[in-house]
Design a protein around this ligand. Sequence first.
Ligand code: SIN
Ligand code: CO
Length: 388
Amino acid sequence: MNPDTPLQLLGGISAREFLRDYWQKKPLLIRQAIPDFQSPIDPDELAGLALEEEVESRLIIENGERPWELRRGPFAEDEFSKLPETEWTLLVQAVDQFVPEVGELLEHFRFLPSWRIDDVMISYAAPGGSVGPHFDNYDVFLLQGHGKRHWKIGQMCDTESPLLEHADLRILADFQGGEEWTLEPGDMLYLPPRLAHWGVAVDDCLTYSVGFRAPSAAEVLTHFTDFLSQFMSDEERYTDADAQPVSDPHQIQHDALDRLKALLAEHMGDERLLLTWFGQFMTEPRYPELVVGPELDDTELLDSLEQGAVLIRNPSARLAWSEVDDDLLLFASGQSRLLPGHLRELLKMICAADALHFDNLGQWLADDDGRNLLCELVKQGSLGFADE
Ligand code: SIN
Ligand code: CO
């Protein structure tokens, strides 16, 4: 993809301009980002998903048993018929994993790293419905799917911003409204992290949120150090063979800090381990129980492909790849594999292709490393047979 091509999705600016001027910086309203957009899912189908055990869903009722009542799914069918006529919202997480046409929408966002994308959440709101004024710690593209929603944006927030007293929802106590727009199907609003926003349904409306993920600094440190500690022996300790006589035995001298800093720097600076951890961490699936595969060997895989079987990426799997010296690392749903450099094009294809079959896999099926990799990914559940 040429980063300088003007994109309809971004209102006629290029990916490069969008990243330079808006991404993580300021909001952008795009009229008809996807012209004539027809929601691939309707409100009844969304409600249907919210009945399922494995799907994460929430209902927010503005004037429920208490203000901004939050209920968590899965829901029973009759719960929906008992809801008021107005002012409630049903939110369903990761619809891209359950409805392939919703997953396909993510193709529009290929100008951003796929491992930064979290999921597509879809909300249905009755007229007047909203989740209240709030801010998120993530970037989001809000695509209007059906009906109209009136969006107001407000101030930049942080952990100090006053919130309403609520056990589960982070609703701003003080929303300082600024610009506002009514979005129609196909219109889209990009919001950077921490910008206050408030979207109220004008009529029955569906809104798609393409949400991004960025680990917090605390998560990076705790998870990376946990990962590193697996490779450290108990014998490796604080050492001070260079110690000098001390004038006060109760004082911690700065040379101790220098030794600690050296110890930390030695481990934290290990780029290969940092990359391995990061790739694994960023490809961890939201629903690991949906990433499981069958027992299979190379020959069975080859036979199936020869007979016309098609492999597709499991929509619940996450894939990414990287380089280390002359080798490659493939990250698949929280696991990493070090692979020989000649598999580069296969890795790219596995991460990007809609379908893998005998014709497009071609020579890779004759390559032991390639065939083996495909087989491992099927066994792990990151790839699956299309008809399964
Ligand atoms: C919604 O779709 O109602 C909420 C989306 C958001 O504000 O992040
Ligand atoms: Co939000």
